[in-house]
Structure formats: structure tokens, C-alpha cells
Design a protein around this ligand. Structure first.
Ligand SMILES: [Zn+2]
Length: 290
């Protein structure tokens, strides 16, 4: 293994590459139509599907700072950004050692879902079809009780580790145990390859299947709630526009103005922990537990 870092050759781009992916293959799955159903048999838009697009703002009450947003640490500090830039991570063992230390200290492991995550899970339990599209990697929607399959993680999940060589997946918990036991840059136990968190780093494209399903959800939903996101980073931002163009009611819950406010049917500026539970209770069947 080379001793010197390859950092000279790596340059954080600060931009998420956008991969449009296949357009509609997940549509039928989203809407519960049988596989291979002819297009006409897919339930039309207007089925009462609620999409919730969540950004960093929904998790700040759980103690997780916004690293990744336009004003986040990773955009303001080029050294920090290298830690989450794929080329830098792959070429520089020093960057990887720092990344593993940073992961070990992450506030994510101690974070608990807050009232906003709980409100989304409650809406799903009330019988309303719900899909969450999230820019977060903290797993807090699932921790609040949403089934995994109803959460589309655009940027991956920090609780899983993936091998960049063979694709083997394992838990972050196991990897961090190895780091704590003295391995500064733990290698894949299957093939010896470089391990990384199963999150989408800068310079990596989004998972085309996840993105395609998010697009299908945006087109199919009746209500699209964007919460805690500045709607300035694609492709998440464009999903809000797509939903509105497709006839969904667009509701934005965010402290700051977003570029999509003019398209929205409703804009809520109250703190997320107050606004979201009230909003989602209105969407639940009457009589359901509020
Ligand atoms: Zn491997």
C-alpha cells in the first residue's frame, strides 16, 4: 500500500452528480399494481399517496447538524469536504483514517427520532399510503417505525458499510468495533477491498433504482410534503417541482424560503416539530389517533 496520500490528485467537486436513471419502472410497484401490468392498469394519479421529502432540517432536533446542505460544513471547508469526496477517499489512506475516526464520533449513533419523524410514522400506521424520500443518511425515519421499503434514501445510509471492490455489505457497528480495536482503516473481510459507509459521496452518482422510484412517487402522489430541505440541491429539489407539475398538492415546511415556494399550495414557516405533526394529522383519516 502506498504511504503517501494521493490527495494532490483529488479535488472535491462540491456538486452532486445527477443521474436521471430509468424513468418509470417503479411506478407500478409504488402504486401496488401487479408486475408487468399494462400501463393502463396502473392506478392513476390521484390515488391517495402522501410523499414526504425530508432534508437535514427534520433531524436537527435530534442533534444531527446539517453537514451537507448548501451552508453545511462540507461545503464551507475543503478539508472536511475531502472526507466525503469519493476520489479523495479512494486515493488517500490518510483521508480514510480520518473518515473512520469521524464516523466513530458521529452524533448519529446517539440520535433518537424526534416528534417529526414520529408524526410521519404515525400517518403511515393510520393506513395512509406513505413514501418517504430522504436526503438524510441517519436512518431515523426507520427508527421511528417506518418500514424500510417505504423509505427511499437518496444519499444512502450511514449505518451500513459497503466494500468498494466486491460490493459486500456489513454493519457500521461491526466496522467501528474494528476501528475501536485498533484497525485505523479496516479492509473488507471478504476480499481485502476498501470499505466505505454506504452513503453517496460527492463524485458518486445516486443509485438509479432509488432515484427512479423517487421520481415515480413524485409523479404518483396526491400530496407532496417537503420538510426541512432548502430545495436547492438536485435531484431532491426537482422532485418537488415534478410533483407539483404532476398535479400533487405541494406543501413546504421550512424555516427559510425555498425556490419552490411560489409553486406551493401551502408554505409553513413554524418549527418543524410543531408544524409537521399538525399538518400530517390533517391528512390522516378522521378518527385516527392524532
Ligand atoms: Zn470486498
Amino acid at each position: 500500500m502506498s504511504v503517501s496520500g494521493g490527495a494532490a490528485g483529488c479535488s472535491p467537486t462540491g456538486r452532486q452528480r445527477f443521474a436521471p436513471g430509468r424513468r418509470d419502472p417503479a411506478y407500478a410497484e409504488v402504486m401496488g399494481a401487479p408486475e408487468n401490468a399494462p400501463p393502463g392498469s396502473v392506478p392513476p394519479r390521484g390515488a391517495p399517496l402522501v410523499a414526504v421529502l425530508s432534508g437535514a432540517g427534520i433531524s436537527t432536533d435530534s442533534g444531527i447538524p446539517d453537514y451537507r446542505g448548501p451552508q453545511g460544513l462540507w461545503r464551507r471547508d475543503p478539508e472536511a469536504e475531502k472526507l466525503v469526496t469519493y476520489d479523495c477517499y479512494m486515493s488517500d489512506p490518510g483521508i480514510r483514517r480520518r473518515s473512520w475516526r469521524m464516523r466513530g464520533e458521529s452524533p448519529v449513533w446517539r440520535a433518537r427520532p424526534n416528534v417529526a419523524h414520529a408524526a410521519v410514522a404515525r400517518l403511515e400506521r393510520s393506513g395512509v399510503p406513505v413514501r418517504v424520500i430522504t436526503q438524510n443518511v441517519d436512518g431515523l425515519h426507520q427508527a421511528a417505525g417506518l418500514p424500510d421499503r417505504k423509505v427511499l434514501e437518496l444519499h444512502g445510509n450511514s449505518r451500513t458499510v459497503v466494500c468498494t471492490a466486491c460490493g459486500a455489505r456489513s454493519t457500521m457497528e461491526r466496522a467501528l468495533e474494528r476501528v475501536a480495536a485498533g484497525e485505523e482503516d479496516p479492509a473488507c473481510e471478504e476480499c481485502g477491498g476498501i470499505l466505505k459507509s454506504a452513503t453517496v459521496m460527492f463524485g458518486q452518482r445516486l443509485d438509479p433504482d432509488v432515484l427512479a422510484e423517487a421520481v415515480a412517487v413524485a409523479k404518483a402522489c396526491e400530496v407532496f410534503v417537503a420538510v426541512g430541505t432548502s430545495l436547492q440541491v438536485r435531484p431532491a429539489a426537482s422532485l418537488a417541482g415534478l410533483a407539483a407539475e404532476s398535479g400533487a398538492r405541494l406543501v413546504i415546511v421550512n424555516a427559510e424560503p425555498t425556490p419552490y415556494d411560489p409553486l406551493a399550495d401551502e408554505v409553513l414557516r413554524e418549527p418543524i416539530g410543531e408544524a409537521l405533526p399538525k399538518l400530517l394529522a390533517r391528512l390522516a383519516p378522521s378518527g385516527a389517533e392524532g
